[in-house]
Design a protein around this ligand. Structure first.
Ligand code: ATP
Length: 325
């Protein structure tokens, strides 16, 4: 959707936070200032927008945030906003503040809000920020690389103790509907299996038999990666112990995976996307999602972006098991 020239923009982070969001906010602010635009930081996502919680940003507002995890704008979820009256109220507040374009950094839910706000007359651009890498229109989402590296660091430590005790560690990682973290970290940590919500598995064939087989070959420690979307991590651990006789413990990594200083990859992609989003608004475009495809920054209509389907890379999935035996 093409609009009139945008001179003042807002930026917010929405849904779950992810490392690298600050790099995107910084790029949005600095690019906008470079274009002689005014830019407001809206705190606590759409919830804060409905409360008029915004502050004008200058160059210094985003100093010293590039290397920090979390989001300096804070984030939230808002039921009130998702209703039609909420969207209308938000559009009214933005018009009152003379904000004529908005950058929304978040996941699919946040993009649906951005689509509705665009329809209500405020052109919005979405930037994919979530550690799960589960946004179908983009090969990559901001925060994924940092999250995978956080898991690797923790599992390397678990491996030390697993090895000392001849143990199996069943590690639950984030990913309600997507197994990207489990598969990537599984490969990087030498897991014997990665159990993910997208691929049906047979615990005997895919885990226990592999453990028994490699026990015979003299292997004494095992890592099994499980996406949170699979559920029953404790139960899986008990079952493995019962079937293999190997002392098996479940570890749920939890929210540590969302934290930490963003990796170079996350900072760079976030910066490129933030820059690109402002250029789109400046050129009069709204209702778009910024994405990355084969290392090129591209953009899609929001509805089109939401209609994409992302297939699990089966080759990567099978790689976990193949190289662990
Ligand atoms: P994450 O990947 O971290 O879950 P997300 O952006 O998908 O990120 P949601 O909680 O789904 O997170 O959405 C964030 C906010 O976007 C919601 O709190 C709500 O205000 C708004 N939103 C979600 N779905 C819609 C919708 N269908 N229409 C309008 N607004 C929506």
């Amino acid at each position: 959707m093409e609009h009139l020239k945008v001179n003042t923009i807002g930026v917010l982070t929405s849904g779950g936070d992810s490392p690298g969001m600050n790099a995107a906010v910084r790029a949005v602010v600095r690019t906008a200032l470079g274009e002689n635009m005014r830019v407001y930081g809206i705190r606590f996502g759409y919830a804060g927008l409905l409360e008029n919680d915004m502050v004008e940003m200058n160059m210094k507002s985003v100093s010293d945030c590039l290397q920090r995890g979390g989001t300096i704008l804070y984030t939230a979820r808002s039921k009130e906003f998702a209703a039609p009256e909420g969207v209308e109220k938000a559009a009214r507040i933005l018009r009152q503040a003379e904000i004529d374009g908005l950058v929304v950094i978040g996941g699919d839910g946040s993009f649906r809000g951005a689509r509705d706000l665009t329809a209500a007359g405020i052109p919005c651009i979405g930037i994919p920020g979530t550690i799960d890498n589960d946004i179908a229109c983009s090969d990559y989402t901001i925060g994924f690389d940092t999250a995978v590296n956080t898991v690797i660091e923790s599992v390397d430590k678990l491996r030390d103790t697993s090895k000392s005790h001849h143990r199996c560690s069943v590690v639950e990682v984030m990913g309600r509907n997507a197994g990207y973290i489990a598969i990537h970290a599984g490969i990087a940590c030498g897991a014997i299996a990665a159990l993910v919500p997208e691929v049906p598995f047979d615990i005997d064939r895919d885990v226990c038999d592999r453990i028994k087989k490699t026990l015979h070959l003299g292997r004494s420690h095992f890592i099994v990666m499980v996406s949170e979307g699979v559920g029953n991590t404790e139960e899986i651990a008990r079952y493995i112990k019962a079937q293999t006789g190997v002392d098996t413990r479940a570890t749920i990594l939890g929210h540590v995976q969302r934290g930490g200083s963003p990796t170079g990859r996350d900072r760079i992609i976030a910066s490129r996307m933030g820059y690109y989003a402002v250029k789109l608004l400046r050129s009069g475009f709204g209702g778009r999602v910024v994405a990355i495809r084969e290392d090129n920054i591209v953009d899609y209509d929001i509805d089109e972006a939401l209609s994409f389907h992302k297939d699990m890379d089966r080759e990567l999935y099978h790689l976990v098991g193949t190289i662990s035996i």
